[in-house]
Write a protein that binds this ligand. Structure first.
Ligand code: ZN
Length: 230
């Protein structure tokens, strides 16, 4: 992509200088001052103004003088005309277009940013209330339930393949979970056999094992060694 820059000029005003004589032909009342606004354009769209050009023209002899070329008697009124001539807004056409575009984007962005927090706040409130509910229930020891059963594959703890152990939560305190753990078992657990195994296959040394709340959460995580049963 390329940009085509350039300079252009636009007529601002033409004012007759009554009572002054032309410095070239001496005709009185034939002079007029014209002010042009110069601007930089991009693709012929005025971008920003870069100044003014002021010339005096004699309608009689057609002599044109720039401000610097004028005799002082002509320069003073010409400067007055120049300074009273405003810069046309069209000299800023592209800036105005860009400004309106940026303002539009800003307003749209502002409106969206205003909406999003409102849209988010509802779920956030429900999440925080859920979290508060969880925290409250955790202090009531419901992060684990007594009687909940788990399966521990021996392979997960470095034991023999195909062997597994069963766990049953026996007691839950505010910071620990106690459980009983069977000796390694061979067959896949069925509901009946689970109850029997948890009654008959728990060595005395494994009847009251305990883990802290943090350790328990790690052990029973979805990728942890304790696989929850039902
Ligand atoms: Zn003249």
């Amino acid at each position: 992509m390329f940009f085509l820059f350039g300079a252009g000029s636009k007529h601002v005003t033409t004012v007759p200088l009554d009572g002054l004589a032309c410095p070239h032909c001496g005709t009185t009342g034939s002079l007029e001052v014209t002010v042009l606004s110069r601007y930089v354009h991009v693709f012929w769209i005025p971008f920003f103004p870069i100044g003014k050009t002021t010339v005096s023209v004699c309608r009689h002899c057609k002599q044109a003088l720039r401000l610097k070329e004028m005799p002082p008697v002509l320069q003073a009124p010409a400067r007055a005309v120049e300074s009273s001539a405003g810069t046309p807004l069209t000299s800023y056409a592209l800036l105005v277009v860009l400004g309106v575009g940026i303002a539009f984007i800003a307003v749209v962005g502002w409106l969206n940013s205003g909406k999003q927090p409102a849209a988010r706040s509802a779920p956030q409130e429900s999440v925080s209330s859920t979290a508060a509910g969880l925290a409250g229930s955790a202090s009531a020891n419901t992060y684990e339930q007594e009687g909940q059963r788990y399966r521990l594959d021996e392979a997960a703890s470095g034991g023999g393949r195909g062997l597994y152990r069963l766990l049953e939560v026996s007691r839950v305190t505010s910071d620990s979970v106690f459980y009983r753990l069977t000796q390694p078992l061979h067959r896949s657990p069925y509901n009946d056999s689970i109850s029997v195994a948890l009654k008959d296959s728990v060595p005395a040394s494994q009847a009251k094992l305990g883990l802290s709340k943090v350790e328990w959460k790690q052990a029973t995580a979805s990728n942890g060694p304790f696989q929850r049963l039902q």
